[in-house]
Write a protein that binds this ligand. Sequence first.
Ligand code: OAD
Length: 256
Amino acid sequence: MELALSEALLRRIREASWVTAFTGAGVSAESGVPTFRGTGGIWEKFRPEELASMDAFLRNPDLVWQWYAHRREVMAQVQPNPGHTALVRLERLFPGFALITQNIDNLHRRAGSATVYELHGNIERNFCSRCGELYRPEEGEVAGTVPRCHSCGGPVRPDVVWFGELLPEEEWNRSVAAARSADLFLSIGTSAVVYPAASLPMIARRAGAYLVEINPEPTPLTEIADELLAGRAGEILPQLADAAERIREGQRADEV
Ligand code: OAD
């Protein structure tokens, strides 16, 4: 479906010095990674506190480890989709650009995005829950039972944020700064209900950003957004990148 962009959005694309994109599970849905909420979402089948919390890990470390090992395998087999690729194209067009993601699947980095703030961690990394040391699996080690730290023998956990845990401080501070700097803020494929991440679009809006939401469904954010581009990220973002390239590269040509 051809996307008609509003005059207001076209103007922001033309004038923006800084663009910040904020993504959630919906961006990876078209790659085949299930979302958390909605039809087919992971939390329909599992209660988050049974798998994604320190309590769950202490109660049954092997079960939690196996669940993440399974998700790691699923995520390693999928490929970035046209939505991820369009975000790489957008990054090249603006002097300031940041991509904040709640996704742990590493697909933005695999697609080639350079500035990525991972607010909820990255499933490809693991660390020792006792001494904090980064864990690198040795051949044949990542099996059904939770691995042990090579330094202290403590149980190893995935480097993802669990319920009840704080977000990584540096990533969060950089994300807030990127939200405040944004002339244009794109909130893409997130239900915008999990805080504190969900406050970023509002922080951006209050600091003067033009707030655009990209999602097939409305969310609690829709009311405060300047625009909702209703549809799938893999269809909308490439069209947005096409328009931005026409505008920004045309501008550069005019300046020469
Ligand atoms: P959700 O599963 O809550 O929301 C996914 C959103 O993506 C929904 O609003 C869908 O309508 C939308 N969506 C689905 N398909 C889409 C598509 N093709 N293009 C664009 N949008 C689409 O996922 P998140 O908002 O990422 O946290 O969830 C936030 C956090 O909740 C996750 O990071 C995770 C979870 O608990 C932790 O694990 C800490």
